[in-house]
Ligand binder design. Sequence first.
Ligand code: GTQ
Length: 353
Amino acid sequence: MTTTNAGAAAERSAFYRELKQLHMSPLWESLSVLVPHTPNGPCVPALWKWDDVFPFIGRAGALITAEEAVRRVLILENPALPGQASVTQSLYAGLQLILPGEVAPAHRHVQSALRFIVHGKGAYTAVDGERTTMYPGDFIITPSWTWHDHGNDGLEGEAAEPVVWLDGLDIPIVRFFDAGFEEKSTDKSQRVSRPEGNALTRYGNNLLPVDYEPSSPTSPIFSYPYARSREVLDRLYRDGEVDAWHGVKLRYVNPATGGWPMPTLATFIQYLPRGFSGKPFRSTDGAVYSVVEGRGRVVVDGTSFAFGPKDHFVVPSWKTHALHADEDAVLFSFSDRPVQTALNILREEKLAA
Ligand code: GTQ
């Protein structure tokens, strides 16, 4: 019997070796990995402490200019995916630095980008002819194929300061589809054609221009200021709307469609009151978090990560996690939820204990 099994195994191995020459392989050897019973990806949870990261951002600023780098960004890589510029298998995250007086030149690309301002104020991003000044906690979108450049002139009457923001892009998704295109502008900075705040005034007040028809799934608002979102969180908390899993959690919205601000990236802002101890939750959209205010912990599959202001962490797909706040805390997060929803594969579960 043993001999027969060993003989059969040897025969199979020889068959696999020969098959490989034809660039073919036997499904039965990998079926359970390819069609897993539950998500089985390699990603691990990880935390980037601001105190560890900030000195490296400063060193990057001394090593290379924004203009030479084009985008001076330190990529947050999932520890299980080194060298792949991926924080999860579908998402890219990085921390971008713009020093006073610098310009990150105008370009456009197929990849959709979000900015979430982490540190400093007074830099700007220009999108489609309109500039927006950045303040910590602001959420700004750069939709697919829109011209964008970044700069840092500082606020009027104040010295300009280094500004750091979180970049979230769908780079791994576009890479997966092998659908990437990019174009550089001949102008370093794009021409400004609309006054600052114009898009928010037009589309961000529960009103739309009478003849406006959405021509794409992308939000016509490209800056969602923190002052507004923070006030909403505060008011809803006072009104008692605290979810046992998420605290007060809201999603950013395209006001013209009710959908997400961009077709590939979901973005959220949530408030956890001091002493909040969230129940465990899991979903197939792994998420990247940026801590705006407060201290707390995220417990992922039994491992605790203590977070504070300006820290970043990632919770991979289907990992059970719970959020706890030692102080009033505000968390921004983003995921690939719109893509999974479009594919009808999103699953989420609020667990009981
Ligand atoms: O600001 O355009 O982090 O093109 C990566 C790629 C930022 C950007 C990134 C980009 C950008």
